[in-house]
Ligand binder design. Structure first.
Ligand SMILES: [Zn+2]
Length: 65
């Protein structure tokens, strides 16, 4: 992983917050946020528009195609 790791905006409508999370910590950060603040409810999430781009990016990064 390079030093300038891309960050992803995670939006939580319940908290009204948006934070930039490094790609490698994305799943953990979202899970931790929901776990700690929302009793494990799936509230915080990546912007769907970003998620689409991200999926392409990650797939390319990991060489899954
Ligand atoms: Zn929240």
């Amino acid at each position: 992983m390079s030093d300038d790791e891309p960050t992803v905006p995670v939006h939580c409508p319940e908290c009204g917050s948006e934070s930039q999370v490094p790609l490698s910590e994305l799943a953990d950060a979202v899970e931790r946020h929901n776990e700690n603040l929302h009793d494990g409810d799936d509230v915080a999430r990546v912007d769907p528009a970003v998620r689409d781009r991200l999926t392409d990016m990650v797939v390319e990064d990991l060489g899954l195609l």
